[in-house]
Design a protein around this ligand. Structure first.
Ligand SMILES: [Zn+2]
Length: 639
């Protein structure tokens, strides 16, 4: 990026303000970590330091975040800068492009951004090229027959914009070079063309394949999946990672599924493109798939934005690979939510008696296809109703795991066999944090396996103690802040209390005589006064202030810190407030007096004793110090 042509903030302040107003901090942060609402704020595991219990807090109405573990904090823009390691200008440029908000001067545009825009456009042109080719080309007859045979209608072909890549080795490359202002280098970066291995020139990446366009959550065309029609090469081929595509950070069909995920408050993960396409074609729309990779925490973050209850169905094939994928997926989900609360571990009445704040943070269910088919085949042969029935009866992950362990071992008779079975079940049961639920499982399983409940219980407890010792983490020690600085922060935080009986002007009045010793706090105070003067008593100070200091990360961190220190003050009545203000002012004044005294003392020592005028000065100084200290102590005694 060309830093020399960066325009000043002030020429873009309206654009930046518009960008900020379109950002929802919970949405922005949720793209990078899983958040759970608790009280007024959302909480999650901090992405900026390693932790096991969440100390990262997001305030949706104020549009800010703060980590109480490592101290990071700021607004949506700060978060995007830190998490992507981008500069302020890079973040603003990207957001301006995303929202279509024009920025003054070309200084905000970066080469990387331009390349991304070019690739989106080329991909979109390629989608049209493949899609037209699917209907018009003679070569595409096999592709058309293949999809017809799988029951994929024209409607769904058009909805997913399925296409066909011709047999000719450079059809797309030539088409894009001839019709768009582009070059081979960009086509290669987009993953559409490859350097020929023999001879000069470029060739298409996808040849003689059914093309499945992959879109990001917003609908941009970011990559392609391609299914082989002949028998020359791998069955499926995907675009490589490019500047606009990362396969572990995108999900197939999320764009088409997101509304339904929101509506049904649940998401179904399947394995392949055609599982998903068939599901959508038959009317089951909350279905997505990973793009030829194992499930990652990024995938879950993408999904959890759209489902409040975080209800996730794993609907992989029930072959060995699918069972593995289910186990791995379950581990990833658990790890993504660890520290935020429990995974739902019990169906029925016990769970209902939990208090609301003990509600499970997520729910994992496994869709078992009894016939060993994949979802695509099952839906086509048995119909959607039959599949919906499987979904409605899908067991919770823990029940699926327990059943699999018991079923895999066949009939159990001997005590040795039983003891071995109990041993395999123990780690699964140890994951149940709630004692009532765990005991309930032990009771049910003891009956089912005909083992002694008491001994089973003892074995589980032993195992739990062992794992608890392993998990113990050192206690975080909060950073100490000097009292007079804390007092200044406390006083400034009053501006952010939204209350009918506490107006901005009233606070101005309260803080009239405060001696802000910290230059940042002083600056913040002045900016707030300016805002009140400009916009009056009802100004939204938090938003206005964050806009004024939008590119100053250090100041933003301080402001956020102030805003997050409100909690105990919100319910104070006028008298309590008055007292609170006085106490904090006193604390600051004492500090100021002590500093003055220190300074005077050092002047006193360094002065020349032989000089008469200097001696007189020293007496005067002593008197002053004395008087000042008496005044402060007197005031303190009055309280
Ligand atoms: Zn942190």
């Amino acid at each position: 990026m060309n830093s020399s042509s960066q325009p000043s903030n002030s020429s873009n302040i309206d654009a930046i303000s518009e960008i900020k107003s379109r950002l929802d901090i919970v949405e922005v942060v949720s793209e990078h970590l899983v958040l759970k609402k608790s009280g007024r704020n959302h909480w999650g595991l901090c992405p900026f330091h390693k932790e096991k219990t969440p100390s990262f807090s997001v305030s949706q109405d104020k549009g800010i975040f703060k980590c109480f573990g490592c101290g990071e904090g700021g607004d949506s823009i700060s978060f995007l800068m830190k998490v992507n390691n981008h500069s302020f200008f890079e973040v603003i440029t990207e957001l301006a492009q995303k929202f279509g908000i024009p920025l003054h001067s070309g200084g905000y545009s970066t080469e990387k951004q331009e390349l991304k825009q070019q690739i989106y456009l080329l991909n979109e042109s390629a989608v049209d090229f493949f899609h037209n080719n699917f209907y018009e080309s003679k070569d595409a007859k096999n592709a058309r027959d293949y999809l017809l045979k799988r029951g994929i209608t024209e409607q769904i072909i058009n909805e997913f914009e399925l296409g066909f890549a011709p047999k000719q080795s450079d059809a797309l490359t030539n088409y894009l070079i001839d019709n768009f202002q582009t070059n081979y280098d960009v086509l290669e970066k987009a993953g559409l063309s490859l350097k020929r291995t023999s001879g000069p020139g470029y060739t298409d990446r996808f040849k003689n394949r059914i093309i499945i366009p992959i879109r990001d959550e917003k609908g941009n065309y970011i990559a392609f999946g391609a299914r082989l029609l002949g028998d020359n090469g791998p069955k499926y081929l995907n675009s490589p990672d490019t500047p606009v595509f990362n396969k572990s950070r995108n999900l197939f069909a999320l764009y088409q599924a997101k509304d339904s995920i929101k509506e049904s408050d649940s998401a179904i993960f399947m394995e392949g493109y055609f599982d998903v396409i068939t599901a959508h074609a038959s009317g089951l729309k909350n279905v997505v798939a990973t793009l030829g990779t194992a499930m990652s925490e990024s995938h879950l973050r993408l999904i959890s934005k759209f489902t409040y209850s975080k209800k996730i169905f794993l609907a992989f094939d029930m072959d060995a690979a699918g069972i593995n994928a289910t186990d791995r997926g379950a581990e990833v989900i658990k790890s993504a939510f660890s520290g935020l609360g429990e995974v739902k571990q019990f169906d029925g009445s016990i769970a209902d008696t939990f208090a609301d704040n003990n509600k499970p943070v997520c729910e994992i269910r496994v869709v078992n296809i009894p016939t060993g088919k994949d979802p695509d085949e099952f839906i086509r042969t048995e119909g959607l109703d039959a599949y919906n029935n499987l979904i409605n009866n899908a067991p919770l992950l823990i029940d699926y795991q327990i059943n699999r362990i018991i079923d895999s071992k066949g009939e159990i008779k001997s005590p040795q066999q039983k003891s071995k079975m109990v041993k395999t079940l123990i780690p699964v049961l140890c994951e149940v944090k709630n004692t009532i639920v765990r005991n309930e499982y032990i009771k049910i399983l003891s009956e089912r396996l005909e083992v002694d409940e008491e001994s089973f219980n003892i074995e589980v407890k032993k195992n739990l103690q062992r794992s608890q010792i392993k998990d113990r983490t050192p206690v975080q020690i909060g950073k100490s802040i000097k009292r007079h600085l804390l007092a200044q922060k406390n006083l400034l935080s009053l501006y952010f209390i939204k209350s009918d009986n506490l107006s901005c002007l009233a606070i101005n009045n309260f803080l009239k005589e405060v001696n802000f010793t910290d230059s940042d706090y002083l600056f913040i105070k002045k900016e707030i006064e300016n805002i009140i003067q400009e916009l009056g008593n009802n100004a939204d100070i938090s938003q206005e202030l964050l806009i004024k200091i939008v590119s100053n990360e250090d100041l933003k961190k301080k402001v956020v810190d102030i805003m997050f220190s409100l909690d105990d003050k919100i319910n104070m009545n006028e008298k309590q407030l008055r007292q609170y203000v006085d106490e904090n002012i006193l604390c600051i004044n004492q500090y100021v007096a002590l500093e003055e005294q220190k300074k005077l003392k050092s002047d006193y020592r360094s002065a020349d004793d032989d000089d008469l005028s200097s001696l007189q000065l020293q007496y005067k100084v002593r008197e002053l110090v004395q008087a000042r200290l008496e005044k402060i102590n007197g005031k303190k005694n009055e309280e």
